[in-house]
Write a protein that binds this ligand. Sequence first.
Ligand SMILES: Cc1cc2nc3c(=O)[nH]c(=O)nc-3n(C[C@H](O)[C@H](O)[C@H](O)COP(=O)(O)OP(=O)(O)OC[C@H]3O[C@@H](n4cnc5c(N)ncnc54)[C@H](O)[C@@H]3O)c2cc1C
Ligand SMILES: *[C@@H]1O[C@H](CO)[C@@H](O)[C@H](O)[C@H]1NC(C)=O
Ligand SMILES: *[C@@H]1O[C@H](CO)[C@@H](O)[C@H](O)[C@H]1NC(C)=O
Ligand SMILES: *[C@@H]1O[C@H](CO)[C@@H](O)[C@H](O)[C@H]1NC(C)=O
Length: 494
Amino acid sequence: MQLPLLLCVFGLAVAAPADGPNSPYDTIVIGLGSAGTTAATELARSGHKVLALEAQARVGGRVHTVPFGDGLVELGAEWIHGNVSSRTYALATKHNIDTKPQALMLDPYCSDGTRPDVALVRELLDLDFTDEHPNPPEALGTFVTKKFMEYITKNKPGLLKDQDFITEFLAFSNLLTNNLEASNDWNDVSTWDLYEKLGGPQTISWHRHGYTTFFDIMLNKYNNGPGLPNLDMQLNTEVTRITTPQHPNETVTVECKDGNTYTAKYVVVTVSLGVLKATHATLFSPPLPLEKQTAIEKVSIGVVGKVILSFEKAWWPKDIALFGFIWKGDDKKKVPAEDYWTTRILGGHPPMGSSNTLTLWTSGEVAKQVEKLPEDIVKTKCVALLQRFMGDALNITVPAPTGFLRSAWYLNPYTRGSYTYDNLDAPQYPLARKWLSYPLLDSAGEPRVLFAGEATNERHFSTVHGASETGRREAERLLLMIRGEAGNYNVKDF
Ligand SMILES: Cc1cc2nc3c(=O)[nH]c(=O)nc-3n(C[C@H](O)[C@H](O)[C@H](O)COP(=O)(O)OP(=O)(O)OC[C@H]3O[C@@H](n4cnc5c(N)ncnc54)[C@H](O)[C@@H]3O)c2cc1C
Ligand SMILES: *[C@@H]1O[C@H](CO)[C@@H](O)[C@H](O)[C@H]1NC(C)=O
Ligand SMILES: *[C@@H]1O[C@H](CO)[C@@H](O)[C@H](O)[C@H]1NC(C)=O
Ligand SMILES: *[C@@H]1O[C@H](CO)[C@@H](O)[C@H](O)[C@H]1NC(C)=O
């Protein structure tokens, strides 16, 4: 390293950037969420010198485990979705961590303090038409409603008389879809999608270990591990500009908000689609290719939010899993306009990392609103909801909460949303996620700026395991190329 020496000669204060023309780093990874941490650690473990720059004060991105209640809770990702060929599940198992499937059988409650026909509600929800893919594609809500009406006309004609139940059951199904997809309305989601579930239980919890353990393992910090010598991490470091060179002999330049500049031969960008939408025009020099800009514009990132309450002790039934709020039309009509958002809380579940907390779920525009409302209003109205739907039915007075937490994935400038979904434009842009993943090349056709992150995963987007797969994909791309094993390298083959 020559730069610090030069600085001494000129008598400058040693505000030396971490590198100079001869960068000590092979690769800079931007963002330490699931994708970035996977890419950075796989490269570092393969002998690369890696610098990881993370804007926030912590590792994890959209995984955020927080001590709360008598244990811990997840403000972001909650479960491992499937255990077959799952990178998250495999790492947990390899380190003898006992993850636990959480059975999410729905317990529906009504707004008038009664219980609906629980078996009927479960049967109707189990129909799950969302796995069907009509040709041509349709808006998901329209399609599901049509299939649902066909089903009850044929199998439950008596139900047709209860129009209020049908309306409110469909409203609940809409919310359930939004809480899975991060959409605002199920008619914003297309029946077209390439998403594939992994096999096995879909909701496996890290419970008292916390999802953050996934990161500790990757970083070799689990069980007081020493970390990775080839990986330098800088938190609180927002990247503001990435300059891709044309000439093969030049490095990529990464400028940070704090004024520091770093260079490396390769850069892996893992910021969320929300961050790309908001900043790509200034973040990249030269501007991104048109197909990538189109994909950034066309793919949607939505919002799923959580309101988490702790209590002195659990007051809900021990075996409760997913509780759902199904309104009566008359009750809904009486809700004042300013409280409209309370009619769009799905219900919630008791998180497994703590025994005295409940997590309520929000989605879409209401999730954005709940991030901004005064805390005491959210808290008071959420307790009132629990009383209205569950307290009355269980003949319990819901006690005052001892603690309150809520997510802010939309307001957070480093995420600007929760995760991506396939919107109504998706069938017209079937390659959009691939376009998001294509690297930027220099004039010799060599990838120099690479892209990972959940949005770039065609089949496993919106998940932690899917994000991790993309980090691995880009690490492999670099390693193959560097070892010269890629042959006639073709970006489109990846
Ligand atoms: C409420 C919620 C619930 C979820 N539930 C589940 C679940 O149960 N199971 C599941 O599998 N998935 C779930 N997900 C989705 C999952 O969390 C994400 O798909 C995954 O964590 C995304 O990882 P990523 O690496 O692609 O992005 P991120 O985690 O967003 O990582 C990107 C990183 O880049 C950083 N960054 C951004 N801009 C800059 C910049 N300019 N300079 C430097 N750093 C920057 C960010 O701070 C962040 O750390 C959930 C998400 C949310 C929000
Ligand atoms: C996945 O979970 C199921 C059910 O708990 C279990 O039977 C199976 O062995 C698990 N598969 C793997 C790969 O661990
Ligand atoms: C890089 O290439 C340019 C243009 O061919 C040349 O002028 C420059 O000297 C080269 N720099 C290095 C460090 O090789
Ligand atoms: C509800 O609880 C109160 C007080 O514990 C009790 O007096 C009452 O009988 C209960 N009502 C029902 C319907 O269980």
